[in-house]
Design a binder for this molecule. Structure first.
Ligand SMILES: Nc1ncnc2c1ncn2[C@@H]1O[C@H](COP(=O)(O)OP(=O)(O)O)[C@@H](O)[C@H]1O
Ligand SMILES: [Mg+2]
Length: 287
């Protein structure tokens, strides 16, 4: 087994994946992906539909096994059959539809579900459920049936269930796609706070540039290959590159791009609304 530096949580090496039944002629869903994610890193994963984002998360969580190459989660290879549960505990996964993740009849049971499968003593289960519920502001909902919660509360319950397993990393596959703006904000704030306060690593698949902008780092997939890996500011303001991939920059970056085309002189790196407003006010004062 390869020895990794302590701070690397995930390492994908020359990772290829072809779905069973894909013809020889069709290209694999993942095509030589190399990726390292450190402890405490918040990474946004972008890419057009079909670019391989979900496939990559499933490989990192050992839901799928590499066709070639390997994935190490805290140094453990996902092809080691005995280690699968440990890999899944270390890298928990949150899916798009919170309804599909609910398995129990109360929030409390739902959060405890994974722990029951770990065969922990009931006192320890109680302690962990209470601790994560308090951490995520769910204590008052513990006895509620999950199907009566708002979308944001359901997603936070799913996150609580993962957190109770004490993971090093959370993988989120478009976790806010089905939520309204307040639910989206609630979920993002929860995860960002956990990332900062507890050094939890996060890989967040999103189509929303406003969400990706808050990450430490952005990785873009195109047809199974990594085509960009850098800071949000570099990537989300390079609109010609994003547009070629069928993606968009932030609203402010898109507006600045159009205004520049109309002849306005604006700085290149406008990503946030505030930056656009300040640049426009400044150009107004100058003229
Ligand atoms: N279960 C599957 N069987 C066969 N092909 C699949 C399956 N799931 C995804 N694919 C194919 O793999 C590629 C990557 O898909 P996916 O990882 O779901 O992309 P994304 O999440 O970026 O939209 C696509 O070409 C898709 O059609
Ligand atoms: Mg997907």
């Amino acid at each position: 087994m390869a020895v990794l530096k302590a701070e690397t949580i995930i390492e994908a090496k020359k990772l290829y994946y072809s779905y069973p039944g894909e013809g020889e002629a069709s290209s694999p869903a993942l095509h030589g992906v190399d990726l390292k994610v450190d402890q405490g890193e918040y990474l946004a994963l972008l890419g057009a539909n079909g670019s391989g984002k979900t496939t990559l998360l499933k490989l990192l969580n050992a839901l799928l096994r590499p066709s070639q190459g390997e994935v190490l989660v805290k140094g453990i290879s996902t092809v080691e059959a005995q280690q699968l549960e440990l890999v899944r505990q270390t890298c928990g996964m949150i899916f798009q539809n919170p309804d599909n993740q609910i398995v129990a009849t109360t929030v409390e049971e739902d959060i405890a579900f994974g722990l029951e499968n770990l065969a922990l003593p009931s006192k320890e289960i109680r302690r962990r459920v209470d601790a994560v519920a308090a951490r995520l502001g769910l204590t008052h909902l513990l006895q509620h049936p999950p199907h009566l919660l708002s979308g944001g509360e359901k997603q936070r319950t799913a996150i609580a269930g993962i957190l109770a397993m004490q993971p090093a990393c959370i993988l989120m596959d478009e976790p806010t796609a089905m939520l309204d703006p307040s639910g989206r904000f609630e979920v993002l704030k929860t995860v960002r706070d956990l990332n900062k306060a507890e050094s939890l690593s996060v890989i967040h698949v999103t189509h929303n540039p406003a969400e990706a902008m808050e990450a430490d780092r952005i990785v873009i997939l195109e047809r199974g290959r990594i085509v960009a890996d850098g800071k949000p500011k570099e990537i989300l303001t390079d609109l010609e590159f994003l547009h070629k991939l069928g993606l968009q920059g932030t609203v402010a970056a898109e507006l600045a791009y159009l205004l520049r085309r109309e002849g306005l002189i604006l700085p290149a790196a406008i990503m946030r609304n505030r930056e656009l407003v300040e640049s426009l006010c400044l150009s107004e004062q100058i003229s």
